[in-house]
Design a protein around this ligand. Sequence first.
Ligand code: NAD
Ligand code: UFG
Length: 337
Amino acid sequence: MRVLVTGGAGYIGSHTLVELLGQAHEVCVLDSFANAKPVVLDRVRSLTNGKISLVTGDVRDGSVLDDTMSDFAPDAVIHFAGLKAVGESSRQPVDYYDVNVSGTLALLRAMDRHGCKRIIFSSSATVYGEPEYLPYDEAHPTNPLSVYGRTKLMAEHVLTDWAAATPGASAVLLRYFNPVGAHASARMGEDPADYPNNLMPFIAQVAVGKRAQLQVFGDDYDTDDGTGERDYIHVVDLARAHVAALDHAAAISGARVFNIGTGQSYSVLQMVTAFRAASGHPIPLAIAPRRAGDIARMQADSTRARNELGWQATHSLDDMAASAWAWQRGNPDGYGD
Ligand code: NAD
Ligand code: UFG
């Protein structure tokens, strides 16, 4: 298939490019480089010997989208482009609605103009909010606790209504749990622009000596060791879910939502233990107050993805920690300047 990948230079997008090229799909990346560096695509090319068309532009720009769709004529779009920092989203809500919701609308309008009827969307488990039961299945009520989560849920509604109203159209909505880890080559990985918001990149920066210690946000949750539990998923497993979703989008009409997780949750302290083992570094830590908006535990029921996409995660916690460490050690400054 010819696949337009918005946000393809980002953390999840770049790993997905490797998997797409490995399956002989043709790809075109549209990225503004708001949160990525062009060198990422050189790494993808060198790992795959694949050809990547690149358009540098904003997903909200209808004329860029028109030019891209005229030239590349995609069979499907994978839509990663978006803003993703939960804390920032409450300080800059209009920016988040604009990029995440208006960006999706602009993309759908362009797809309509060019007759492209398949889209895979990066949603998030954060749309569920406080669990009424665990593991979350796709029927769990949605009640996001942040502006970011609300933008993702709103985009899901837009895509669902579009797919219902457009003959022959399909939208696969992937609710990612917590993506971590890096490509096995250690040439690609997560490269936070400044202060890491997320646990795994923070631990990795402590291990490599860029940060003195990890702050553990709360040890009084109702979990086995009192620290927050999440369903961490290796980014390569997540990337492969997109390849499976592309095939699925070709086979269905309408919208379908899928949880993409492992079904296993680990606490902050279990993540630290795994990273200590992978890196041989002590990872000093201090217990700090709870972070606003955090919940105790998240865990995916990914039965639907297994049954309908034929997808399931294969990487273990040790794979996640070892690959994240190999990437961080080999690239202490990420992709550099
Ligand atoms: P990322 O920031 O690494 O990738 C996003 C990419 O989109 C970047 O390359 C960025 O330059 C580009 N971009 C941003 N705004 C753009 C715009 N207006 N026009 C064109 N390109 C633009 O993030 P990621 O971790 O790879 O996440 C990819 C998607 O998955 C996002 O939509 C994110 O919300 C979603 N998601 C991420 C996580 C996570 O924990 N990483 C969890 C759930 C969902
Ligand atoms: N944590 C710490 N110290 C840190 C960072 C995180 O103790 O320095 C803890 C958090 O309190 C939480 C766990 O580690 O218990 C995971 O936190 P992350 O920030 O890595 O991940 P979140 O679950 O908060 O959120 C992430 C993404 C969201 C996405 C969500 C999907 O940031 O965008 O996963 O499940 F929506």
